[in-house]
Write a protein that binds this ligand. Structure first.
Ligand code: ADP
Length: 208
Protein backbone atom coordinates (compact mmCIF):
# COMPACT_ATOMS: atom_id res chain seq x y z
CA UNK A 1 0.00 0.00 0.00
CA UNK A 2 1.39 3.38 -0.99
CA UNK A 3 0.21 6.07 1.41
CA UNK A 4 -0.48 9.67 0.47
CA UNK A 5 1.39 12.63 2.00
CA UNK A 6 -1.25 13.25 4.66
CA UNK A 7 -1.27 9.61 5.72
CA UNK A 8 2.53 9.63 5.96
CA UNK A 9 2.32 12.78 8.06
CA UNK A 10 -0.21 11.11 10.38
CA UNK A 11 2.16 8.15 10.79
CA UNK A 12 4.97 10.52 11.81
CA UNK A 13 2.71 12.33 14.29
CA UNK A 14 1.57 9.08 15.90
CA UNK A 15 5.15 7.79 16.04
CA UNK A 16 6.30 10.77 18.07
CA UNK A 17 3.19 11.38 20.23
CA UNK A 18 1.65 7.92 20.79
CA UNK A 19 -0.80 7.19 22.26
CA UNK A 20 -2.61 10.09 20.66
CA UNK A 21 -6.32 10.72 20.06
CA UNK A 22 -7.85 11.38 16.66
CA UNK A 23 -8.89 14.85 17.84
CA UNK A 24 -5.32 15.71 18.80
CA UNK A 25 -3.98 14.50 15.43
CA UNK A 26 -6.60 16.67 13.69
CA UNK A 27 -5.55 19.63 15.82
CA UNK A 28 -1.88 19.23 14.94
CA UNK A 29 -2.75 18.99 11.25
CA UNK A 30 -5.17 21.88 11.55
CA UNK A 31 -7.96 19.78 10.05
CA UNK A 32 -11.33 18.56 11.27
CA UNK A 33 -11.65 15.10 12.77
CA UNK A 34 -14.08 14.04 10.03
CA UNK A 35 -11.58 14.99 7.31
CA UNK A 36 -9.17 12.48 8.82
CA UNK A 37 -11.66 9.64 9.19
CA UNK A 38 -10.79 7.89 5.90
CA UNK A 39 -7.04 8.24 6.44
CA UNK A 40 -7.21 6.83 9.95
CA UNK A 41 -9.38 3.99 8.76
CA UNK A 42 -6.89 3.08 5.99
CA UNK A 43 -3.97 3.25 8.42
CA UNK A 44 -5.67 0.99 10.96
CA UNK A 45 -6.94 -1.49 8.36
CA UNK A 46 -3.42 -1.84 6.95
CA UNK A 47 -2.11 -2.40 10.51
CA UNK A 48 0.19 0.59 10.53
CA UNK A 49 -1.78 2.15 13.37
CA UNK A 50 -3.85 0.56 16.06
CA UNK A 51 -6.87 2.34 17.54
CA UNK A 52 -6.90 1.50 21.24
CA UNK A 53 -10.26 2.28 22.87
CA UNK A 54 -10.06 5.12 25.42
CA UNK A 55 -6.32 5.47 24.79
CA UNK A 56 -5.85 6.63 21.23
CA UNK A 57 -3.81 5.67 18.19
CA UNK A 58 -0.53 3.81 18.50
CA UNK A 59 2.01 2.99 15.84
CA UNK A 60 2.31 -0.76 15.29
CA UNK A 61 4.13 -1.38 12.05
CA UNK A 62 6.25 -0.04 9.30
CA UNK A 63 4.46 0.75 6.09
CA UNK A 64 5.65 -1.14 3.10
CA UNK A 65 8.12 0.82 0.97
CA UNK A 66 6.52 1.77 -2.30
CA UNK A 67 9.33 0.09 -4.30
CA UNK A 68 8.29 -3.26 -2.86
CA UNK A 69 4.65 -2.67 -3.75
CA UNK A 70 5.73 -1.65 -7.24
CA UNK A 71 7.91 -4.73 -7.59
CA UNK A 72 4.97 -6.97 -6.65
CA UNK A 73 2.64 -5.24 -9.09
CA UNK A 74 5.20 -5.33 -11.91
CA UNK A 75 6.12 -9.00 -11.59
CA UNK A 76 5.05 -11.01 -14.60
CA UNK A 77 4.63 -14.76 -14.94
CA UNK A 78 7.80 -15.03 -17.04
CA UNK A 79 9.87 -13.46 -14.22
CA UNK A 80 9.16 -16.28 -11.80
CA UNK A 81 7.97 -19.29 -13.81
CA UNK A 82 9.81 -22.58 -13.60
CA UNK A 83 10.67 -25.34 -16.02
CA UNK A 84 7.69 -27.45 -17.00
CA UNK A 85 7.67 -31.18 -16.41
CA UNK A 86 5.74 -32.84 -19.22
CA UNK A 87 4.99 -36.40 -20.29
CA UNK A 88 3.56 -37.84 -23.47
CA UNK A 89 -0.06 -38.99 -23.46
CA UNK A 90 1.01 -42.59 -24.05
CA UNK A 91 2.92 -42.73 -20.73
CA UNK A 92 1.50 -45.26 -18.27
CA UNK A 93 0.20 -44.09 -14.89
CA UNK A 94 2.96 -46.15 -13.23
CA UNK A 95 5.76 -44.48 -15.23
CA UNK A 96 4.20 -41.07 -14.62
CA UNK A 97 4.24 -41.67 -10.85
CA UNK A 98 7.93 -42.63 -11.02
CA UNK A 99 8.60 -39.49 -13.06
CA UNK A 100 6.76 -37.33 -10.53
CA UNK A 101 9.06 -38.59 -7.76
CA UNK A 102 12.21 -38.21 -9.87
CA UNK A 103 11.32 -34.67 -10.86
CA UNK A 104 10.07 -33.83 -7.36
CA UNK A 105 6.90 -32.06 -8.56
CA UNK A 106 3.23 -32.39 -7.64
CA UNK A 107 1.79 -31.62 -11.08
CA UNK A 108 2.81 -32.68 -14.57
CA UNK A 109 1.55 -31.70 -17.99
CA UNK A 110 0.44 -34.25 -20.54
CA UNK A 111 1.28 -33.64 -24.20
CA UNK A 112 -0.31 -34.93 -27.36
CA UNK A 113 1.83 -34.31 -30.47
CA UNK A 114 3.92 -31.98 -28.30
CA UNK A 115 0.90 -29.78 -27.49
CA UNK A 116 -0.88 -29.47 -24.15
CA UNK A 117 -3.61 -32.09 -23.71
CA UNK A 118 -3.95 -32.49 -19.96
CA UNK A 119 -2.77 -31.93 -16.40
CA UNK A 120 -2.17 -34.64 -13.84
CA UNK A 121 -1.54 -34.19 -10.13
CA UNK A 122 -1.15 -36.18 -6.91
CA UNK A 123 -4.88 -36.52 -6.25
CA UNK A 124 -5.43 -38.02 -9.71
CA UNK A 125 -2.76 -40.66 -9.01
CA UNK A 126 -4.20 -41.44 -5.60
CA UNK A 127 -7.67 -41.87 -7.10
CA UNK A 128 -6.31 -44.25 -9.73
CA UNK A 129 -4.55 -46.30 -7.05
CA UNK A 130 -7.79 -46.58 -5.07
CA UNK A 131 -9.53 -47.86 -8.19
CA UNK A 132 -7.30 -50.95 -8.16
CA UNK A 133 -6.55 -50.82 -11.91
CA UNK A 134 -3.33 -52.02 -13.54
CA UNK A 135 -1.27 -48.82 -13.39
CA UNK A 136 1.35 -50.20 -15.79
CA UNK A 137 -1.24 -50.90 -18.48
CA UNK A 138 -3.30 -47.76 -18.19
CA UNK A 139 -2.22 -44.49 -19.89
CA UNK A 140 -2.31 -41.17 -18.03
CA UNK A 141 -5.04 -39.90 -20.37
CA UNK A 142 -7.57 -41.99 -18.44
CA UNK A 143 -7.12 -40.01 -15.23
CA UNK A 144 -5.82 -36.59 -16.30
CA UNK A 145 -7.84 -33.38 -16.31
CA UNK A 146 -8.14 -32.57 -20.00
CA UNK A 147 -8.82 -29.80 -22.45
CA UNK A 148 -10.98 -27.71 -22.49
CA UNK A 149 -11.03 -27.77 -18.67
CA UNK A 150 -7.42 -26.69 -18.21
CA UNK A 151 -6.56 -23.50 -16.39
CA UNK A 152 -3.51 -21.84 -17.94
CA UNK A 153 -1.33 -18.76 -17.77
CA UNK A 154 0.65 -16.75 -20.30
CA UNK A 155 4.14 -15.29 -19.87
CA UNK A 156 3.12 -11.63 -19.98
CA UNK A 157 0.34 -11.89 -17.40
CA UNK A 158 0.82 -10.18 -14.03
CA UNK A 159 1.77 -12.55 -11.22
CA UNK A 160 -1.04 -11.27 -8.97
CA UNK A 161 -3.71 -12.06 -11.56
CA UNK A 162 -2.41 -15.59 -11.89
CA UNK A 163 -2.15 -15.99 -8.10
CA UNK A 164 -5.86 -15.13 -7.89
CA UNK A 165 -6.60 -17.71 -10.59
CA UNK A 166 -4.80 -20.41 -8.58
CA UNK A 167 -6.81 -19.50 -5.47
CA UNK A 168 -10.13 -19.34 -7.32
CA UNK A 169 -9.71 -22.78 -8.88
CA UNK A 170 -8.10 -24.31 -5.76
CA UNK A 171 -5.18 -25.78 -7.68
CA UNK A 172 -1.42 -25.67 -7.10
CA UNK A 173 0.03 -25.11 -10.52
CA UNK A 174 -0.70 -23.76 -14.00
CA UNK A 175 0.98 -24.53 -17.30
CA UNK A 176 2.45 -21.40 -18.88
CA UNK A 177 1.57 -21.59 -22.56
CA UNK A 178 2.15 -19.97 -25.92
CA UNK A 179 -1.08 -19.87 -27.84
CA UNK A 180 -0.61 -21.10 -31.42
CA UNK A 181 -2.45 -19.18 -34.17
CA UNK A 182 -5.86 -20.24 -35.51
CA UNK A 183 -6.80 -22.33 -32.47
CA UNK A 184 -4.13 -24.93 -33.25
CA UNK A 185 -3.47 -25.47 -29.56
CA UNK A 186 -1.05 -24.53 -26.79
CA UNK A 187 2.69 -25.06 -26.47
CA UNK A 188 3.86 -25.43 -22.87
CA UNK A 189 6.74 -23.07 -22.09
CA UNK A 190 6.87 -23.31 -18.29
CA UNK A 191 4.94 -23.74 -15.08
CA UNK A 192 3.84 -21.38 -12.36
CA UNK A 193 2.98 -22.73 -8.93
CA UNK A 194 2.01 -21.46 -5.48
CA UNK A 195 5.61 -22.24 -4.49
CA UNK A 196 7.07 -19.94 -7.20
CA UNK A 197 4.84 -17.12 -6.02
CA UNK A 198 5.50 -17.63 -2.30
CA UNK A 199 9.23 -17.80 -2.91
CA UNK A 200 9.09 -14.53 -4.88
CA UNK A 201 7.25 -12.82 -2.00
CA UNK A 202 9.84 -14.14 0.46
CA UNK A 203 12.67 -12.72 -1.70
CA UNK A 204 11.02 -9.33 -2.11
CA UNK A 205 10.05 -8.91 1.54
CA UNK A 206 13.35 -10.22 2.91
CA UNK A 207 15.03 -7.33 1.11
CA UNK A 208 13.06 -4.70 3.10
P1 ADP B 1 -3.15 -32.11 -5.72
O1 ADP B 1 -3.64 -33.25 -6.55
O2 ADP B 1 -1.71 -32.29 -5.32
O3 ADP B 1 -4.08 -31.73 -4.60
P2 ADP B 1 -4.20 -29.83 -7.22
O4 ADP B 1 -5.01 -29.32 -6.08
O5 ADP B 1 -3.46 -28.82 -8.05
O6 ADP B 1 -3.10 -30.85 -6.74
O7 ADP B 1 -5.14 -30.66 -8.21
C1 ADP B 1 -6.42 -31.09 -7.89
C2 ADP B 1 -7.20 -31.47 -9.16
O8 ADP B 1 -7.20 -30.36 -10.07
C3 ADP B 1 -6.63 -32.64 -9.94
O9 ADP B 1 -7.70 -33.42 -10.42
C4 ADP B 1 -5.88 -32.02 -11.12
O10 ADP B 1 -5.89 -32.81 -12.29
C5 ADP B 1 -6.66 -30.73 -11.33
N1 ADP B 1 -5.76 -29.65 -11.80
C6 ADP B 1 -4.54 -29.32 -11.32
N2 ADP B 1 -4.01 -28.30 -12.02
C7 ADP B 1 -4.93 -27.98 -12.96
C8 ADP B 1 -4.97 -26.99 -14.01
N3 ADP B 1 -3.97 -26.13 -14.21
N4 ADP B 1 -6.07 -26.95 -14.79
C9 ADP B 1 -7.11 -27.80 -14.59
N5 ADP B 1 -7.12 -28.74 -13.63
C10 ADP B 1 -6.05 -28.83 -12.83
Amino acid sequence: MDFNERQKHIIEIVKSHEPITGDRIAEILNLTRSTLRTDLSILTKTHVLEARPKVGYCYVGDYMPSQTVEAVMKTKVEDIMGRSVAIDEKTSIYDAIVMMFLEDVGTMFVLSDKLLAGVISRKDFIKSALGGSDLKAMPVTVIMTRMPNLIMAEKQEPMLKVAKRLMEHEIDCLPVVDRLPDGQGFKVVGRISKTNITSHFVDLFSAI
